[in-house]
Design a protein around this ligand. Structure first.
Ligand code: ADP
Length: 676
């Protein structure tokens, strides 16, 4: 038994300690089997007390899988050795050993089927264990009596009862030692354990005193129940073992309720076994029920602790508030909740009590929401400013009324959104600054335009006078060299005038750049522009062709100046970017609302990525810059501005390789102003 108890703890032990415990268990099995055979033997009957079977059962149930059968065989052989040592006949020892193997096999199969290790920690498992014990004892006793009947020995019935009782009680009392682990130590302190031990000793002493009769026999039952409900597993099983041994010994002497009443000591022991089986069985079942409830309770406590911790550590503040008359009382709050109430959670007052019972002042910002909810609203949401969270804080608040019986309780959730609000304000300030910068930029850009406009304007008058005098000079009598000089002056002054005009147009805004638009014949203007450009084009053998479609176009809306400048720019560019000997073709399409002019050239084209940008001020394509084509990058931006002023538009189509086509769209006159 000592060996079994050691083995019971062996699951937590090292390999060497395990081996030692195993050897001790086997020795104890052998010794107890021999001892019970010697002490309680009566010719022709089996031993009525079989602790060795209990130890073997413990060994078998402590292992699982393949090892289990090894231990069953080992235990049975140990018992057989014990029997042989005290001189039992070999054939009997062999047959009982075989029967014991079957018995232990049944015990294991029923008590802990499959490969699982045996545990007695739920009511279901302990009931299973008790059932397994009775079934396996029955199998063994039936086997023994059948064998004895077969070989013609006497008294099979008595043998059946003897061995059944002996095996059942041994398995019920001794085997649980293997599961008496200390992890369910019971709630009792050592003083309580000592008192219970003392009372049990007293009760057993009284019940099993010489000459005592049956009526007192169940006196120890409440004490076993006490042990099952309060004491450690090891104490319970030890008490069962000690009581079993003690009562067996004194009953053998004829003391106690069983020894006194029956003549034969063997009959007494059998009765005692039944008595002990009742105690052991009920104690084990009760004890396992306790372990199960303790486990459930422990789990619930652990879960509760986890939940509490989660709530405690949550970044959200939680409050449970109850309405009492006209006031609201905070019953519970997590740390953040306390901070939201402007309190310090590290205050020792909060550590001790789960219900904090703090009444909210009537003017507390939470009160209006709480009132609304307590008067029937199912919930309340909003943002509040609280004197909390270490200073003034913005909080997102949501309240909900408890369901059913908890209807008077309102749960409040507060999220500190101070930081978020601060971030919002910062972003808003950034946007404001950005806007201010944009305005400033626009103002600067306007000033620049004004500056360019006024400078250009200042340049106009002196330039006009230079050009005027140079032209007058041209008409006078000049020698060839003087004439060359005057020509150069006229040409360059003219170029300068063009640039100044471009700058001036670019600086003007669309709205005020064009006089009142009116119906206008576009074809004659186109002819004039082409005629003006032809001398320049001829210098590079570029032809300007006005196609049939553009010859007699309907009237459009515009001003002569604007349309002339638009066409001069676009056709001029086409000529400028054409290769020597190329052709610039102008065609047109008219529909009800507009006239579209197509100016097509055979130049380098404009890449799609540049097609919008060429209308930006000062933008020139890389081609133009690289080939040093003269220009300022202002022409097309002026074109677009002018066209916007007369309700027209412009775009360019090109594959970026083989020429460009500029499309000028002008509004048709009849749509704006029906012909008068
Ligand atoms: P500029 O001709 O004075 O450079 P524009 O505003 O008239 O300025 O034209 C802007 C740019 O658009 C030109 O520099 C050139 O890169 C491109 N471009 C305009 N017209 C053509 C064209 N017909 N073919 C190829 N590129 C052109």
């Amino acid at each position: 038994m000592v060996g079994a108890s050691l083995a019971a703890r062996s699951r937590r032990w090292s390999g060497r300690a395990r081996a030692l415990a195993l050897v001790l268990a086997i020795v104890a099995t052998t010794a107890s089997s021999a001892a019970s055979a010697v002490l309680l033997d009566e010719p022709g009957r089996t031993a009525p007390w079989a602790p060795a079977v209990g130890i073997a059962g413990a060994l078998a149930l402590m292992t699982s899988g393949r090892w289990r059968w090894g231990f069953i065989v080992l235990g049975s052989l140990a018992i057989m050795t014990g029997n042989l040592l005290v001189g039992r006949p070999f054939d009997f020892a062999l047959v009982t050993a075989a029967l014991r193997i079957v018995e232990l096999g049944v015990l294991c199969a029923v008590a802990s089927p499959g490969r699982a290790l045996m545990r007695l920690d739920t009511l279901k498992r302990s009931l299973r264990f008790v059932a397994a014990v009775f079934l396996s004892a029955l199998v063994f006793s039936a086997g023994v009596s059948a064998y004895r009947a077969a070989i013609g020995m006497n008294g099979p019935d008595a043998v059946a009862i003897d061995s059944f009782a002996a095996h059942a009680v041994a398995l019920l009392v001794v085997t649980p030692l293997a599961f008496a682990q200390s992890d369910h130590g019971g709630r009792a302190r050592s003083l309580e354990t000592a008192v219970q031990w003392a009372l049990l000793a007293l009760a057993i002493g009284v019940v099993f005193s010489p000459g005592n009769s049956l009526p007192l026999a169940f006196l120890p039952l409440p004490l076993f129940a006490w042990a099952a409900l309060r004491l450690s597993a090891l104490t319970i099983v030890s008490q069962l073992v000690v009581v079993s041994i003690y009562t067996a010994v004194v009953t053998a002497f004829g003391w106690g309720p069983f020894g006194a009443t029956l003549g034969s000591p063997r009959g007494s022991i059998v009765l005692l076994s039944a008595y002990l089986a009742v105690f052991a069985g009920s104690t084990i079942v009760l004890w396992s029920k306790r372990v199960e409830s303790e486990m459930v309770a422990d789990r619930a406590v652990a879960q509760d602790r986890i939940l509490r911790r989660a709530v405690e550590q949550a970044q959200t503040a939680f409050l449970l508030v109850e309405r009492l008359g006209d006031s609201f009382v905070v019953l519970q709050a997590n740390d953040h909740g306390l901070r939201a109430l402007g309190m310090d959670p590290s205050n020792p007052f909060f550590a001790g009590s789960s219900d904090i019972n703090i009444a909210l002042p009537a003017d507390h910002p939470l009160v209006p929401g709480l009132l609304a909810v307590s008067q029937g609203a199912s919930g309340w949401r909003g943002e509040l400013v609280l004197d909390a969270f270490n200073g003034r804080a913005d909080a997102d608040v949501s309240m909900e009324r408890g369901a059913g019986e908890a209807g008077d309780i309102i749960s409040v959730e507060l999220t500190d959104i101070t930081e978020r609000r601060r971030e919002d304000r910062r972003l808003r300030a950034l946007v404001e600054r950005e806007r201010a910068l944009a305005t400033q930029y626009q103002e600067l850009s306007r000033q620049k335009d004004d500056f360019v406009a006024s400078i250009s304007h200042e340049l106009r008058t002196p330039l006009a006078s230079i050009v005027g005098y140079a032209e007058t000079l041209e008409e006078t009598e000049l020698d060839p060299m003087q004439r060359r000089f005057v020509d150069t002056i006229t040409r360059n002054a003219g170029r300068l005038q063009e640039r100044v005009e471009e700058l001036l147009s670019a600086a003007k805004r669309a709205a005020d750049s064009v006089d009142d638009p009116h119906p206008l014949a576009v074809s004659p203007i186109l002819d004039d522009v082409a005629d003006d450009l032809r001398p320049v084009a001829a210098a590079r053998r570029v032809q300007i062709v006005i196609e049939e479609s553009a010859a007699a176009l309907p009237e459009v809306i515009g001003t002569e100046d604007a349309v002339t400048r638009v066409l001069t720019n676009i056709v001029g560019n086409a000529v400028k970017f054409s290769p020597d000997g190329g052709t610039v073709a102008v065609s047109a399409l008219a529909d009800d609302v507009a006239v579209e002019l197509f100016v097509r050239d055979q130049g380098p084209g404009i890449l799609p990525a540049d097609q919008e940008r060429v209308f930006d001020r000062f933008y020139r394509t890389e081609d133009a810059t690289a080939n040093a084509t003269p220009g300022t990058g202002l022409g097309l931006s002026i074109v677009r501005t002018l066209l916007e002023g007369i309700g027209g538009s412009v775009l360019v189509e090109s594959d970026g390789v083989s020429g460009s086509t500029f499309v000028i769209r002008l509004a048709r006159a009849r749509d704006l102003e029906p012909h008068a």
